[in-house]
Design a binder for this molecule. Structure first.
Ligand SMILES: C[S@@+](CC[C@H](N)C(=O)[O-])C[C@H]1O[C@@H](n2cnc3c(N)ncnc32)[C@H](O)[C@@H]1O
Length: 251
């Protein structure tokens, strides 16, 4: 990571943009190695010490009346959402590009695990050894269709779509479509924010952006818009931060 982000304000003075990690690196194009670097510095304030309220609120919409489902947790980090989904009786399939994040998930939740390398891609499959129905694909998400045998009936995405480089959104949408069952439901958590003041991630995502990425093959329903501005966002130098939740399913 060496690209210092410098924006000029038109008066000749550089106007540097803070990023989520508390420095001024340009994070608009983070690679897998860049995320690995942030995890190595424990710059993981995005990790929540509780289950995400929107997952709990909309779990019934995600399940669509079904009981035990395979829930794919996109760009999962070590989110506690996965443990909660397991405790609800679901099977969890996660994807995360950083090894230490996968290991921390199992270790911090006292789930014994093993891993083996994935065929044909740079990655590993982490599985529980106590029978817990969870596996984490440690690889670049764009490699998933090559390595995932199963298709999924539910997707939970908090900090995936909005954390990837904006130019990758359509490619990401196609990647997810490739692992969706035809009756899959996809719960997507997004934010409206001013990235001309704050470097990200997350990156602003309005309804037009969701449509642009998914509309050709998914129906899109906006479930909620709410003010999500806290002290953390205030420290980013922005004055508004709005969370929007969508439910998508293949047409
Ligand atoms: C903003 S965090 C969100 C993590 C998690 N969903 C949560 O709610 O705590 C984004 C995560 O995606 C991972 N990531 C970033 N780019 C990725 C990629 N191309 N493939 C797989 N994982 C990626 C990062 O390492 C990071 O853990």
């Amino acid at each position: 990571m060496s690209n210092l982000q410098t924006v000029h304000n038109g008066l000749g003075a550089p106007n540097r943009k803070l990023n989520q990690f508390g420095d001024y690196e340009d994070v608009t194009n983070m690679s897998v190695d860049d995320w690995d670097y942030r995890w190595s510095l424990n710059q993981t304030k995005f990790h929540m010490p509780k289950v995400h309220p929107m997952l709990q609120k909309y779990i019934d919409k995600l399940l669509n009346g079904k009981k035990r489902q395979t829930v794919f947790v996109a760009l999962c980090g070590k989110t506690l959402d996965m443990k909660w989904l397991l405790d609800q009786g679901h099977e969890v399939v996660g994807n995360e590009c950083v090894d230490s994040a996968c290991r921390q998930f199992f270790e911090e939740n006292n789930i014994p695990y093993t891993s083996h390398s994935l065929d044909g891609v740079d990655g590993a499959l982490y599985t529980a050894t106590d029978g817990s129905p969870i596996k984490l694909y440690r690889c670049d998400c764009f490699e998933l269709p090559k390595v995932m045998k199963e298709k999924v009936s539910c997707i939970w995405d908090r900090g995936g779509f909005v954390a990837l480089p904006v130019k990758e959104r359509s490619r990401y949408a196609l990647t997810l479509r490739a692992i969706m069952k035809n009756d899959c439901r996809y719960l997507l958590d997004c934010f409206l924010l001013d990235n001309s003041k704050f470097g990200g991630p997350p990156f602003n995502c309005d309804e037009k952006d969701v449509k642009q990425a998914f509309e050709t093959f998914c129906k899109i329903e906006k479930l909620e818009t709410r003010d999500a501005f806290t002290k953390w966002q205030e420290s980013w130098g922005i004055s508004s931060f709005v969370e929007e939740v969508y439910l998508l399913h293949p047409k």
